[in-house]
Design a protein around this ligand. Structure first.
Ligand SMILES: *Cc1c(COP(=O)(O)O)cnc(C)c1O
Length: 377
């Protein structure tokens, strides 16, 4: 397989120390008690990364498992659940809520900007009778970043539990689970964390545990039941065999992040230079406001075919960027600059390849995008 540069909004490139660790010899994670210590320490480090003292768990499936597990564990038949929606992942939460019998109430925001806090506040003053609310931190198909730092405390004031999908944000954007009073914060290995796809991480507050324990009906799932993990350490028992190699690799990726004191600044500088150079080139950003620093979403100029453009970039420059899907399918391209891909060399090459490819299909940029990007560095 010829591996291209993957400048997509996940999966991202994985550091060598993470890849090597994944190939090391491992022990039996059920029977060797050392692994319980290793797992607990890894969860503590993830807690440090998420700025929380809440319980942390690693689930054995790609990010979507975390979304479903949160909804499965918190929803009972007839529960009213507030789904805050200004993007495809935001709206998608509704499917999981309904799957477990919940009644969805949407708060719909403008899809071209982040959630309007005042509008949400007015909505909640009229109706706040919800068991929990879901919100996406960075809704990746459009690249919008929602102000979770204000939204979650506001929901908690009203007695509503908060579930935050930060899969695409954590690691590149600030996330302070305890300060922001997030009950369940979830992320995945393959975005800014820069580990291979396959794991979900999530933090669970005491209030969330209480709500799960006070259910009048059992959680209708095994893999998605967040309670089966509760006493794993005390009982030295996991509900199923842990993917130990993946977890060993994840721990190195988390350590990489914890030792990189300027990681958020790096994402911010890269993202700002990307957006500025895109605008100067005559291309247009999709969003009006609320840009996430992990992905840049660019409108495709009229007359250019999204798929042909991306195929050309792959063939000519061995570079993979993403299109989008749902209502954005065919309309935008997405450049991921998250985690290990938020690097000046990689992004400038991506922009140069984009310019050459647009040129091939007849769109002339107004400046040299890569040089414009590099001005700041
Ligand atoms: C990537 C991502 C997920 C995980 O889903 P996949 O598309 O299956 O990788 C969940 N939520 C958000 C916001 C994501 O960006």
């Amino acid at each position: 397989m010829k591996v291209p540069y993957i400048m997509t909004p996940g999966p991202t490139e994985v550091c060598e120390n993470v890849r090597i660790t994944r190939s090391l010899q491992f022990t039996n994670p059920d029977l060797d008690l050392q692994f319980y210590e290793f797992y607990r320490e890894t969860c503590e480090r993830i807690g440090r990364f998420l700025k929380t003292n809440n319980e942390v768990r690693i689930l054995n499936g790609e990010g979507i498992l975390g979304l479903e597990a949160a909804c499965a564990s918190l929803t009972e038949k007839g529960d009213r659940v507030l789904v805050i929606d200004n993007g495809i992942f935001g709206e998608g939460f509704a499917d999981f809520v309904r799957m477990y019998g919940g009644e969805v109430v949407f708060f719909k925001g403008d899809r071209e900007r982040d959630i309007d806090i005042e509008e949400l506040k007015r909505f909640l003053d009229k109706d706040s009778n919800f068991r929990y609310a879901t919100i996406v931190h960075c809704d990746t198909p459009s690249g919008v970043l929602n102000n979770v730092s204000q939204i979650c405390p506001m929901l908690k004031e009203k007695g509503i539990l908060t579930v935050v999908d930060s899969v695409a944000a954590m690691g590149g954007e600030e996330l302070r689970v305890d300060d922001w009073r997030i009950d369940i914060a979830l992320g995945a290995s393959q975005k800014c964390i820069s580990a291979p796809p396959g794991l979900t991480i999530l933090s669970i507050s005491e209030d969330a545990f209480k709500s799960m324990k006070n259910r009048s009906t059992p959680i209708a799932s095994f893999y998605c039941n967040l309670l089966i993990w509760e006493k794993y350490y005390e009982n030295k028992w996991f509900p199923y065999t842990q993917p130990i190699s993946d977890i060993m690799a994840l721990r190195v990726a988390i350590d990489n992040i914890l030792s990189d004191k300027k990681i958020l600044e790096r994402h911010k500088n890269i993202a700002e230079a990307t957006r500025r150079s895109i605008k100067e080139s005559g291309l247009e950003l999709y969003l009006k406001e609320g840009y996430c620093n992990n992905v840049t979403v660019v409108k495709i100029p009229d007359g250019i075919d999204d798929k042909k453009l991306r195929d050309y970039m792959l063939e000519q420059y061995n570079l993979l960027i993403a299109g989008s899907f749902g209502y954005l399918g065919g309309k935008v391209i997405r450049i991921g600059h998250m985690g290990e891909n938020a690097r000046v060399d990689k992004v400038s090459y991506t922009l140069a390849a984009l310019q050459k490819s647009l040129d091939h299909f007849g769109f002339m940029c107004k400046c040299n995008i890569a040089s414009c990007f590099l001005k700041e560095f």
